[in-house]
Write a protein that binds this ligand. Structure first.
Ligand code: ARG
Ligand code: ZN
Length: 874
């Protein structure tokens, strides 16, 4: 069945209050739910009451205290129907029994590492009890949790703790939690288990005291300090930047080791994938620390953007996710380096969202239909959703943006809102018509913007001609013009300031390009300038600008916008890589010129801003190049081209790279701060290029770094460089690493991922072998994503083997995983979304592998949906 946005109608019944009594047991957990309900004045008057369920086992049901007989209701594992529900307020009591140990889907109540935990978004609550499991049903929850004390000494729920104590005459105990804020069922959570705790008191801006705590596996408390610190910084930031205060007496975070996604914003009780909580210098990289900071912030920020203001229906998912990603990006930018973070955001956006937009899985930021909502927790909804909020801010300016956000939060607090409600707040504070802007939510596909510059020396004017078009995507054959904010400026060839002016460009330096074609003219331009367009990546579009490489390299040298300095180098590198990959011959001069520009850049900038320099020195990935080429892709040719470019750049700059490698050594004890991390990232980028230029020297340096590293960042980076150098040193170092961390699952994940990405014949056999490693488990999402996901998503050459073995392997794993955990299987399957880009032989093998999945009976809805859309002709 397909769910459509246009079919939305309000629920026929409301649930004002829910009392849950959960008696935890490994295989027979009893749930008694008491629902205080009433007909919805906005619903249909004679509608039956239909509650959602999923794999539920009903034990008893009563209405206003009277046990219902079999004729009075109709129950199945999927639903509970009462044809004649009262037309006035009533109380429904439902008892179900569930088996958390058998729950391998990790939705609803399940067990992880011996603990009990829940995941209810999007539709997991119906796996706990029958309910109106939709986000526009807001209820006040009181939860009583009971468990054997030895099995689950810690019992946590949403809201504030009310009471707790022993269950007399047994070895069990209980805790009662009350959440005064009405919320949808997807924000429900409970945890029971044996957990260690770190905590601190936070005083909010109005002076209220909140107990913050992070719960982790006992013995790992010291790895939770960074997360706790990030939480405190997030709370302070949301007060300062958005005026948002926390609203309960406690805020708890629990780390679990089996989790389908990154984390979940359950009210007052966030549950996290442990890889986004646990960190120590010995086990976590700088990137891990940055991810933890961002995800802790993300989930905390949901308290306002998601929980206080929630979504009317799942089509509005971007309302909370796009906005909250935007908020977490802003937080990380303020806490770290804004330009460096912006580049990282854009790299992710292009690698994941642009890829999705160019694939058969393309969909609007607000989809109009779905078969399985879990398949829409995508880069488009999250990352492009965040770009829309950022563009809105760029267009209306910081002050109006903040005023609009305040109005949105005030007006929609306590409601289940829509994208229209969000935009209305900004229309109301600015008086602007945002109708055309709203197309960003409706129209899928990445807009292309082509720009041509014309200099008129006699008139001293410079004209820019813009055109836009958006390619067709599934269900959307034709497109309309988008409102595209173009932050821009002109740069002189020697970097001296230009007095140019253009009345189409506002005080913020932004031109709003909202027609199929438009031209703007700068006056007072004394010499041919270089246009710097989409500064800070002001819109999620693909730009084609026909400027020669040497003019782009003027931007690398002289642009005042850091993002475009980086972009200029990437654009030149991409042109060279794409040309080399598709067989162009004489590029020696161009490559030499690019290497020289990088050398000059290193001399002027590397030590001043190492994190930024590391980004400039890193070539576009093989997947980026494949996307840029777009059709008849030969991953082997791309791999050869990129290896060759790295070798040549490394050779041309080896003196400087050596110098930097020495100069950047960080001494003293490890600190994850952005500046130290930046030095490490540049140093490791130098190591990579040095190894590309001279394998034996690279091997020596990498082995030495591996042996002397004082932290996981440097150790893993050296191991990563070694994986590009086949030989005994690599194998020996890999096995030492595997041995050293054999009891550290999150570190083994890194080890699995590196090996799965080795671009050599033999990797498929290696991956198959690693699946037998005692640290691997097909039931654990982190393990599967590290080993199988890295192979399929990062190893362009070996996943896309010409003999199709990579595709067949992934298909077989998808089917195995699907029987346990459909969400995990569906995620893996999205690796096939590039199949139509490949050259013919690979394309045929990929199609066969996809067909082999599609033909299987009993596929989950998750996998069935992805496989059919991936195969669809468009
Ligand atoms: N709301 C969570 C977050 O972005 C993601 C939860 C998604 N879960 C799922 N099963 N689809 O923070
Ligand atoms: Zn989120």
């Amino acid at each position: 069945p397909i769910v459509r946005l246009e079919d939305y109608r309000p629920s026929d019944f409301l649930i004002d209050h829910l009392e849950l009594d959960v008696r935890l047991h490994p295989t027979q957990t009893r749930v008694v739910a008491t629902l205080r309900m009433r007909p919805n004045p906005e619903g249909r008057p004679d509608a039956p009451l239909v509650l959602d369920g999923d794999e539920l086992n009903l034990k008893a049901v009563s209405l206003d205290g009277r046990i219902l007989t079999g004729e009075e209701f109709d129950a199945s594992p999927q639903s509970l129907k009462i044809a004649q529900a009262p037309r006035q307020p009533f109380t429904l009591t439902i008892e179900t029994e569930i088996d958390p140990t058998a729950n391998t889907k990790l939705m609803g109540l399940y067990r992880s590492g011996g603990n009990y935990c829940t995941q209810c978004e999007a539709e997991g609550f119906r796996r706990i009890t029958y309910f109106l499991d939709r986000p526009d049903i807001l209820s006040v929850y009181t939860t009583r949790i009971e468990a054997e004390r030895s099995e689950a000494p810690v019992l946590l729920g949403n809201g504030n703790p009310v009471e707790s104590g022993p269950v007399e005459g047994t070895d069990r105990h209980y805790a009662v939690w009350h959440d005064p804020h009405p919320k949808p069922s997807y924000l429900f959570a409970l945890v029971g288990g044996s957990l260690g705790r770190v905590g601190k008191t936070f005083t909010t801006m109005s002076g209220r005291k909140v107990e913050l705590a992070v719960y982790v596996e006992p013995g790992k408390e010291d790895r939770a300090d960074y997360a706790l610190d990030a939480l405190e910084r997030s709370m302070r930031w949301d007060e300062r930047v958005f005026g948002r205060e926390y609203d309960l007496d406690v805020f708890n975070i629990v780390a679990v080791s089996d989790f389908n996604m990154g984390a979940m914003e359950n009210k007052g009780l966030n549950i996290f994938n442990d890889k986004y909580v646990l960190a120590s210098p010995e086990t976590a990289t700088d990137q891990d620390y940055a991810n933890i900071e961002a995800i802790i912030a993300h989930e905390y920020f949901h308290n306002w953007s998601g929980n206080r203001v929630t979504c009317r229906d799942w089509f509005q998912l971007c309302l909370k996710e796009g906005l909250t990603v935007f908020r977490d990006q802003e937080f990380s930018s303020d806490e770290r380096s804004r330009p460096v973070h912006r580049i990282a955001e854009v790299k992710t956006l292009r690698a994941r969202q642009f890829l999705e937009d160019a694939s058969p899985l393309a969909h609007p930021v607000r989809p109009s239909q779905y078969r399985e909502i879990n398949n829409f927790y995508t880069a488009t909804v999250y990352e492009k959703g965040a770009e829309i909020v950022r563009m809105l801010k760029t267009i209306i300016g910081d002050d109006d943006f903040r005023r609009g956000m305040d109005l949105y939060f005030d007006r929609c607090d306590g409601t289940a809102a829509t994208v229209e409600d969000f935009l209305a707040a900004f229309t109301d504070v600015t008086g602007r018509d945002l109708t055309q802007f709203a197309r960003w939510y409706e129209q899928s596909g990445t807009p292309r913007v082509a720009v041509k510059g014309h200099y008129d020396e006699a008139a001293q004017t410079y004209r820019l001609d813009f055109t836009q078009n958006t390619p067709p995507t599934p269900g959307q054959p034709t497109k309309e013009a988008m409102a595209i904010p173009v932050a821009l400026g002109l740069v002189s060839h020697d970097g001296s300031p230009l007095g140019a002016a253009c009345d189409r460009v506002d005080a913020r330096g932004v031109f709003l390009f909202d027609e199929p074609a438009d031209s703007i003219t700068f006056t007072n331009v004394p010499a041919l300038p270089v246009p710097s367009l989409f500064r800070g990546f002001s819109a999620p579009v693909k730009l084609s600008l026909d400027l020669p490489n040497e003019e782009l390299l003027v931007l690398l040298r002289h642009d005042t916008d850091s993002f475009n300095r980086w972009q200029a180098a990437q654009t030149v590198a991409m042109r060279l890589l794409a040309a080399l990959s598709t067989g162009a011959q004489k590029l020696d001069e161009e490559i030499d010129a690019f290497s020289e520009a990088l050398c000059a850049f290193m001399d002027s900038d590397a030590l001043a801003d190492p994190a930024f320099a590391a980004l400039v020195l890193t070539l576009p990935s093989e997947a980026d190049v494949a996307q840029d080429i777009g059709k008849d892709v030969d991953p082997d040719a791309i791999h050869r081209a990129r290896t060759d470019m790295r070798r040549r750049i490394g050779k041309a700059s080896s003196q400087r790279l050596h110098g930097l490698y020495e100069a950047l050594a960080v001494s003293g004890s490890y600190s994850p701060d952005a500046e130290s991390a930046g030095r490490r990232s540049l140093r490791n980028a130098c190591l990579d290029l040095l190894a590309a230029a001279d394998r034996s020297m690279g091997e020596t340096l990498a082995v030495t770094q591996f042996e002397t590293a004082s932290n996981m960042t440097d150790r893993l980076a050296s191991l990563s460089v070694l994986t590009t150098l086949p030989g005994a040193a690599r194998e020996e170092t890999l096995s030492r690493f595997g041995e050293r961390y054999r009891n550290e699952p999150l570190v083994l994940d890194k080890w699995f991922a590196l090996q799965a990405a080795i671009p050599e014949d033999g990797t498929l056999e290696r991956v198959t072998r690693l699946m037998e490693h005692p640290g691997f488990s097909i039931a654990n999402p982190n393990r599967v994503r590290s080993l199988i996901g890295s192979f399929a998503m990062l190893n362009q050459v070996q996943f896309n083997r010409t003999d199709g073995a990579g595709y067949r392997f992934l298909a077989s794993i998808v089917l195995r995983a699907d029987a346990l955990n459909p969400q995990l299987a569906a995620r893996l399957l999205t690796a096939f979304s590039t199949w139509r880009m490949m050259e013919g032989t690979r394309r045929r093998h990929a199609e066969e592998a996809l067909q082999s999945i599609a033909q299987k009976p009993n596929l989950s809805r998750d996998v069935g949906d992805i496989v059919s859309r991936t195969l669809d002709q468009g």
